[in-house]
Every structure is written in C-alpha cells, then in structure tokens.
Design a protein around this ligand. Structure first.
Ligand code: PBG
Length: 328
C-alpha cells in the first residue's frame, strides 16, 4: 500500500497562498518607539553605541511626534536626561523636567499619539541606581520601600503632564500598587500602567546606559532585576503586578527571552509587550554596518519572532524604520 506524500510545501507555492497560511502579522501599530530627550542641548547628539539613535533636544518634540504619527506607529516611549542629578533623583519630580515638557509638546502637536513615559529614577540619580541607595562601608542596598513614593510621585507628574501610559522600569516590589493608588488619588484614573513586570539583569542594556547616561557608578542591578537563569520567577512577577493593578505587562529583553514571552503569554490575559533592547539594536546594526547581515530582513524577522512568541506589541529602536518598510 502506498500513501501519497504529505506535502506542506503546497501551502508555500505562491505569495497568495503563503499569505493565507501566515500565522503572525506585523504592523506599524504594534511598534512603540523609545526616545531620549536631553535637557540643555541645541542639536541632536549621536549615541556612539547605537548607530542611528540620538539624544534629542526637547525643542524637537512636536516634530518627532508628527513623524511618529505619519508613520502610523503604535506610540512613543519617553526617557528624560535631566541637566541635574542628585542622590535622590529629585529632578525626576520636576513638572518642568524634560519628560513632562516633551509630553505636553507632543500631546499639543498630535493629541491622538499614544505617549508612554518610563518611570524610574536611574537617569536622575548621580549614582545611576533605580532607587534610593543606603551605603554602609563598601556595601550598598537599594531601599525598596523608600523608593516607592518617589516612583508614585513621578508617575503623577507624568500623568498630570498628559502622558497616556506610565511604564515603571525600576523593579521595586510593590510599585504597581503604590503608583495605581497615587494616580487614582490624583484623579488620574484613566492613566494606563504598563509594567516592566519581567525585567532581567541583562548585559544587553549596555548601549542604553550610554544613551541615557545612567550606568551605575558602583555595583550592579542584580539585587532588583531578575536572574537570567530564571523562568518560573517571571510568572510570579506577572501574577503580582496583575494583582496590584497593572493594565499591560512587558518582558525585557526580547530576542534572548522568547521562551519567557511564550510562557508569559500563556499566563496572562493582559496585553503583552516585548522590549527589543539597546543591545539587540546594536547587534543588528553592527552586523549590518559591517555587511555581515541584511539589516531590513534581520529587523523584520526579529520583530516577527517576538510577535510569534506572544507579544501584542514590541518596543523597538527600529520602530520608525520598520514601519516605513512595512508600509512600502
Ligand atoms: C531603566 C531602564 C533601562 C532600560 C529601560 N529602562 C536600563 C537599565 O535597567 O539598566 C533599558 C533599555 C534598553 O537597553 O534599551 N530606566
């Protein structure tokens, strides 16, 4: 008895049939563009470790918002680089700091653009840690509970400036509950919280620390960010943030953590983001610039892989470029 050969290739024969069989879509609306706005500069400053990425003057905010809207991307994520840093990151609470100023300018220029703001003090502290630091001799401790009210106040300042989404990236315990409570008390019941719920202590943030000028001046972040060896712990972080009131959650980094994305996808009904971080961007750019890889195909394949693994949206420094390719 002879069976006919089973032929999966039948579904690959023409672009039309391949399109019908395609399981994963990628569109500009699923991309969020992270941006660095720096106080006190008159022209964009190139980030050495991220070719094509710039620290931007706050005066360019309206134009950048228009560019984002013209490309039809899902939103922007703002990071602020203040002129002044101190031990407590006090400039993070300044209603006239770079982030609130840029939020107002963007929402004035393009009210429908979804604006997200990173909530974390590491760009504002002189030591570069994501919370208040207690030093005892050669050791130091990041004080979880003392940091919570700062984060909550920072989120309220951003919400009052008009941000749609606050995205806490600090990894302190209990921050989602404390931010939700502060937003609600300030009447900001509609401000969305996108939690960096699953954030690993990753070397792939290296270029970001140049871009955002926030490398820790001593120690590292492994007492608050997650151990790259752990997967079950990701599910615990998701469950806690969900219970505390997160509206959306994120896994970060993305490409080396696709297994985590897939597991988190099965564990939550909330919208799920993947953050393709600075080091992922730098790897593709370095390989593309030296002619070792095709930039466009590498970017689109990577973003599709993140969607396939379960991400509803991807935060990527390639957002504008990828949106242009997807439109073409
Ligand atoms: C902290 C923050 C970091 C990133 C986003 N938010 C840096 C860190 O945790 O060290 C990294 C993003 C990237 O690498 O692209 N505010």
């Amino acid at each position: 008895m002879s069976f006919p050969i089973q032929r999966p290739r039948r579904l690959r024969q023409t672009p039309g049939i391949r399109a019908l069989a395609r399981e994963t879509s990628l569109s500009p609306t699923q991309l969020v563009w992270p941006l660095f706005f720096r106080e006190g500069i008159g022209a964009p400053v190139a980030v050495k470790t991220m070719p094509g990425v710039f620290q931007l003057p706050t005066s360019t905010a309206a134009q950048v918002a228009k560019d984002a809207k013209d490309r039809g991307i899902g939103g922007v994520l703002l990071f602020g680089l203040p002129a002044r840093k101190d031990a407590t990151g006090s400039s993070a609470l300044d209603p006239n700091g770079p982030v609130p100023n840029v939020v107002r300018a963007m929402k004035d220029a393009v009210p429908e653009l979804v604006v997200m703001t990173d909530v974390c003090v590491d760009e504002y502290t002189d030591h570069g840690h994501c919370g208040l630091v207690k030093r005892t001799g050669a050791t130091f401790e990041v004080d979880n509970d003392a940091t919570l009210s700062i984060l909550a106040n920072m989120a309220v300042v951003h919400a009052q400036a008009g941000t749609d989404v606050v995205a806490p990236s600090d990894m302190m315990d209990g921050r989602i509950a404390s931010i939700r409570q502060a937003l609600d008390s300030a009447g900001k019941i509609n401000t969305v919280i996108l939690s960096y719920a699953v954030k690993y202590a990753s070397c792939f943030y290296g270029p970001f620390r140049d871009a955002a000028d926030c490398a820790p001046q001593f120690g590292d972040r492994s007492s608050y960010q997650m151990d790259p060896s752990n997967a079950r712990e990701a599910l615990r972080e998701i469950a806690l943030d969900e219970a505390e009131g997160a509206d959306m959650v994120m896994v970060k980094p993305a490409l080396p953590y696709l297994d985590i994305l897939a597991r988190v996808r099965n564990a939550t009904t909330l919208p799920l983001g993947a953050y393709a971080v600075s080091g992922e961007y730098a790897m593709i750019e370095a390989a593309a610039l030296s002619g070792m890889i095709d930039r466009k195909r590498a970017v689109l394949e990577s973003l599709t892989a993140m969607r396939r693994a379960g991400a509803d949206f991807v935060l990527t420094y390639h957002a504008l470029q990828a949106a242009e390719w997807l439109d073409a």
